[in-house]
Design a protein around this ligand. Structure first.
Ligand SMILES: Cc1cc2nc3c(=O)[nH]c(=O)nc-3n(C[C@H](O)[C@H](O)[C@H](O)COP(=O)(O)O)c2cc1C
Length: 169
């Protein structure tokens, strides 16, 4: 089943999962791939709902989003998907087919060419409307020392669809 929901209905729940175990960021160009994100969130820019994700340049996902300009975010519901989160948050799609390794189902996107993850309950389909490579000189010096030099690109993805595939989120 697919039940459309307002983009901002589950912001608190998404934030909790994002900042604890992480959630899935899926991309597709030549290949389908997913990784785990822990930073970012749902926000509102230019009069549009936006999912902001921060992807380091070293990630395979970075390459795929650069190619397609689209991504999806899938949030686990009652199934905690701990093992899949561990694998997808540490191995690169350059070396593994993570959908195959973790037995994840790629369900076709409704409005984008990138799939969502069937084992998750809540999904956001996004089209990049703005991106920004971090400017090291603009960052607080202590944070710069702590988290870099593998800088992030911030992708602002307009949320073009938001829905549940499981009633029990
Ligand atoms: C809880 C958690 C949160 C993470 N958050 C991010 C993030 O926000 N941005 C990022 O670039 N990498 C993040 N990572 C690391 C990527 O998920 C990891 O490097 C992944 O293997 C990249 O896959 P890829 O090379 O297939 O794109 C996180 C990992 C974990 C476990």
């Amino acid at each position: 089943m697919i039940k459309e929901v307002p983009y901002n209905q589950y912001m608190v729940e998404v934030d909790k999962k994002l900042t604890s175990r992480g959630i899935f960021l899926t991309s597709k160009a030549d290949k389908i791939n997913t990784m785990v994100i822990g930073w970012g969130g749902i926000t509102f820019f230019w009069g549009r709902p936006v999912f902001l994700v921060a992807v380091r340049k070293s990630r395979y996902t970075h390459q795929l989003i650069e190619q397609s300009g689209e991504f999806t975010v899938s949030v686990p519901g009652e199934k905690d998907l701990k093992e899949a989160l561990r694998f997808c948050g540490s191995k690169s799609g350059r070396d593994y087919d993570k959908f195959k390794e973790c037995d994840l189902t790629a369900l076709p996107g409704q409005k984008v060419s990138v799939p969502v993850i069937g084992q998750c309950s809540l999904h956001y389909e996004c089209k990049v409307v703005y991106k920004q490579d971090m400017i090291p000189e603009n960052l607080n010096a202590e944070l710069n020392r702590r988290w870099y030099p593998d800088y992030h690109t911030m992708y602002f993805g307009e949320i073009v669809a938001c829905y549940l595939t499981d009633e029990n989120f």
